[in-house]
Design a protein around this ligand. Structure first.
Ligand code: GLN
Length: 485
């Protein structure tokens, strides 16, 4: 048995039956990381030595809950006390976190052990993980292609069995797009379901932390751990706790699924389209009620997103001034030069582009024309979703118009890169949840993702709809990454 092939729910079964210790699990992953990391480059910081020590202690004390002693990978914009949180930026290259994020505390309470911090686009800005100041991560299905972004390290590591599961963050698609590119499951929870305390802010009104996992059951398990109200995050929602694994009924009879034509517009790869049509047929066979519909959000959301996200980023990133924490230039005489040079040298090109754009749309002469307008469109997007969800339980769309693209093929064209998010950003703009799961492969063997979107707090419906499909097509059993060179 190769331990690293197992899902987390399978690991739990083996652990309960007394067939696996935490030490054995962590050792298997350590070995796998040693073997695969040279091809994948998914980690910024590897903490397997500490993990092994913790695993031994846990075994000695006796493992308590289901998840006690199970490892995990954490995106490098989530604070883990005593470990570097770099956000893949030179700005925070040597920043050691003095505290745990709320999600990290929750992982610790559940007994999970971090194997390390995962590569990402700098400050989570990007769709390919190529904006990392540290390294380029490779997609395990084809090493010449990107893993998607910005949670590309998390997704590639799960797909390559370097970690059993991982946390990512999603501001405009950064969990779902890399999940789709790497053939795994990614869930963007409803805004407010998971605390953002200790997540380095990119665009605060859009950011959510969520799971990247091998299958839907694991996504439900990890959401159980991280969801819940947090006093330290004023935007976190106070609602009763749910056991998401109980929602997995393997039954979608009567489920009303809308297929919004606007998400299948020009530019959609033919093979992606075909795979989605097949998925729709599968759902019909499973007894779901499918209807074509119109949800006119895709074409406005991308522009709205890049105004709101940049505006919020320009404000959030103001704190990196070379004084309080992070990178400080050696090259200054005046205070102004200290600010300016620290920021010029510490931030990469994409981050600077967004700060400039964000400052522009918030400036007094342009505020009404851009920022205010974008907020109005945002309300419109929410209303469009509300209208759609008065008729349908879920919407079925592509995750991205394309599959994983070649490394270096889009970095020089930011607009082209932004287009990879056209199907995912409406979800963040509308504050609703969505899940991304594999639904097929292209003729070249690259995974294709499908997105299911639901109304606020419909995670149970989404997980069940995804689970039922997954049980039917058995993607993991039929397709494996080949580490093609
Ligand atoms: N790719 C999008 C961007 O560049 C989304 C990023 C994200 O979700 N963090 O902003």
């Amino acid at each position: 048995m190769d331990i690293t092939e197992l899902t987390v729910h399978e690991l739990i079964e083996k652990k309960k039956a007394g067939k696996l210790t935490s030490e054995e699990i962590v050792k298997a992953y350590t070995k796998r990381i040693e073997e695969k990391e040279k091809d994948i480059d998914a980690f910024i910081t590897i903490t397997t030595d500490e993990a092994l020590k913790t695993a031994k202690e846990k075994d000695k004390e006796g493992l308590k809950g289901d998840l006690d002693g199970i490892p995990i990978g954490i995106k490098d914009n989530i604070n883990v006390k005593g470990t570097k949180t770099t956000c893949a930026s030179k700005m925070l290259e040597n920043f050691v976190s003095p505290y745990d994020a709320t999600v990290t505390e929750k992982l610790n309470e559940a007994g999970l052990i971090s194997l390390g911090k995962m590569n990402m686009d700098e400050f989570a800005m990007g769709s390919s993980t190529e904006n990392s100041a540290m390294k380029v991560t490779h997609n395990p299905w084809n090493l010449n292609t990107v893993p998607g972004g910005s949670s590309g390290g998390s997704a590639a590591a799960v797909a390559a069995n370097e970690v059993p599961w991982a946390l990512g963050s999603d501001t405009g698609g950064s969990i779902r797009e890399p999940a789709a590119f790497c053939g795994i499951v990614g869930l963007k929870p409803t805004y407010g379901l998971v605390s953002r305390y200790g997540l380095v802010a990119f665009a605060s009104s859009l950011d959510q932390i969520g799971p990247l996992t091998k299958d839907v059951e694991d996504a439900a398990l990890l959401l159980n751990v991280i969801a819940g109200h947090d006093e330290k995050d004023s935007t976190s929602y106070n609602r009763e706790k749910v056991d998401y694994t109980k929602a997995l009924k393997n039954d979608v009879k009567g489920l009303k699924i809308g297929v919004p034509k606007e998400f299948y517009a020009e530019g959609l790869n033919e093979e992606v389209k075909k795979a989605l049509e097949n998925a729709i047929e599968e759902y019909k066979k499973l007894g779901a009620i499918i209807e074509d519909c119109s949800v006119d959000v895709a074409k406005y959301s991308l522009a709205t997103y890049y105004i709101i996200a940049c505006a919020e980023a320009s404000s959030n990133l103001g704190r990196f001034d070379g004084i309080r924490y992070g990178y400080r230039t050696k090259n200054y005489e005046t205070l102004n030069e200290l600010f300016k040079n620290s920021r010029s040298e510490g931030f990469g090109p994409e981050v600077k582009r967004r700060i400039i754009l964000g400052t522009y749309v918030l400036s007094s002469g342009y505020y009404d024309a851009y920022y205010k307008k974008a907020q109005q469109v945002r309300t419109f997007v929410s209303q469009e979703f509300e209208k759609a969800f008065s008729k349908y339980d879920v919407l079925l769309t592509p995750v991205s118009p394309n599959v994983a693209f070649e490394i270096n093929s889009k970095v020089s064209d930011p607009l082209e890169m932004y287009l990879a998010d056209v199907c995912t950003v409406p979800v963040n703009i509308g504050s609703v949840p969505a899940i991304s799961l594999p639904c097929g492969v292209t003729s070249k063997g690259m995974p294709i993702g499908m997105q299911l979107i639901g109304p606020r707090f419909s995670e149970e419906t989404l997980l069940n709809a995804a689970y039922t499909f997954e049980q039917k097509i058995k993607f993991r059993e039929n397709h494996k990454p080949e580490f093609k060179k």
